[in-house]
Design a protein around this ligand. Structure first.
Ligand SMILES: [Zn+2]
Length: 374
């Protein structure tokens, strides 16, 4: 990946390149950034620059044999590790899943865990890295560099390593081999072992700016109008993957479901709420999460309107009308409760709660909140 293909982060790119050019290459670096920020593309661009045979001042050359191998994620000195699911009778190492990982990352370098799961065809299964992968990593490091330069070990989402695996990796980080560079690409530092954190140089990657996201959206979806693209990018809070997802799916369906469900809750119509719970169950996990995130966004708009900061409200078409009406039902007692209810449901969906029970439970509570709003 060329740095030029990575969206935004101009200052950070210049700094990373400057460090390599001045031979300040830390042997372990933690590319830490939220989902959709581009920490993986940045790490891949960094690896490419490090291995490029004719690097230029602002980017890799993009033409040398090393660059072309790296662009296919097939460079012999780029070693890759990532979370997988443990299936019976299948090896618990990355090597086995490398073709799928390449495919996932080459088609969407901003890939996240959910998207990766789709390539593995393992809806709802837990992905992790165990000791077999740690051993695999150690084995790779014992190989000599193919081209005589750096060896790069890129570990995607190291926070999903088991403790035993983390401890093995820690040993390697403590006694670095010469010319070996670890690039840890993480979304969540809280889950990482503190000792691993303390041994890696932090490369902090902020979320993208709304303008950067909307530019990408307009390139990928030429039919989007400028203000629609900007709205989606603001709504995604700099998460490119989320913004693309919203642009792809359209939100009409989510909007209608959410609005009609709130009407049912407002009317305390329990039998109808049960039907919505059935509908929620049928959506599948990703869509359930998308609905809850969308609901949170819409409620946030209502709260802004209720707090009389309409200049911050970002809505379109039918949403406008909804926000006007629904914000009149909000008050000090229920606004926070409704928000945290949706947030909690999102957490529970991620943890594989029974969707129907969860949704029914939430409906009852929503009825309570809306009664207070009258
Ligand atoms: Zn090159």
């Amino acid at each position: 990946m060329l740095f030029a293909k990575v969206i935004g982060h101009a200052v950070l790119k210049a700094k990373l390149i400057g460090n390599i050019r001045e031979s300040r290459v830390a042997h372990a670096q933690l590319f830490m950034g939220p989902r959709g920020s581009g920490n993986l593309p940045l790490a891949l661009a960094y690896a490419q620059y490090l291995l490029c045979e004719a690097p230029e001042v602002t980017d890799s050359c993009g033409r040398c044999p090393s660059c072309s191998q790296l662009q296919k994620l097939e460079h012999p000195d780029l070693h890759l590790a990532f979370p997988i699911f443990f299936a019976e009778k299948k090896p618990k190492t990355c090597d086995h899943y490398l073709p799928q990982w390449r495919k996932a990352v080459l088609s969407e370098p901003y890939v996240d865990l959910d998207l990766w799961r789709e390539y593995l065809d393992t809806e709802n299964k837990q992905l992790r890295m165990g000791v077999d992968i740690a051993q695999e990593i150690q084995g790779r490091l014992s190989l000599r560099s193919f081209r005589g330069g750096y060896k790069v070990m890129l570990i995607w989402l190291p926070e999903l390593m088991d403790t035993a695996a983390s401890n093995k990796i820690l040993k390697v980080l403590e006694e670095p081999e010469p010319n070996t560079v670890f690039l840890l690409v993480s979304n969540d530092s809280e889950q990482l072992l503190a000792t691993i954190l303390s041994r890696a140089q932090l490369v902090k990657i902020p979320a993208l700016r709304p303008g950067e996201v909307s530019e990408v959206l307009r390139e990928r979806f030429p039919e989007l109008k400028e203000d629609e693209a900007l709205t989606l990018s603001l709504r995604s809070e700099g998460d490119l993957l989320e913004a693309v997802d919203m642009a792809e799916k359209g939100e009409e369906e989510l909007f209608i479901f959410f609005r009609d469900w709130l009407r049912v809750c407002f009317g305390a119509r329990i039998a109808d709420a049960a039907e919505f719970a059935e509908g929620f169950q049928k959506m599948g996990r990703e869509k359930q999460k998308a609905l809850l995130r969308y609901g949170l966004y819409l409620i946030r708009q209502c709260v802004l309107n209720w707090q009389q900061v309409p200049e911050l409200v970002r809505t379109f078409g039918q949403e406008d009308e909804f926000v006007q009406k629904f914000s009149s039902l909000l008050n000090e007692r229920n606004a926070e409760g409704i928000r945290s209810e949706l947030e909690l449901a999102h957490v529970h969906v991620e943890r594989n709660a029974n969707p129907k029970l969860l949704f029914m439970d939430m409906s009852y509570r929503m009825m309570g909140f809306l009664r207070k709003g009258r």
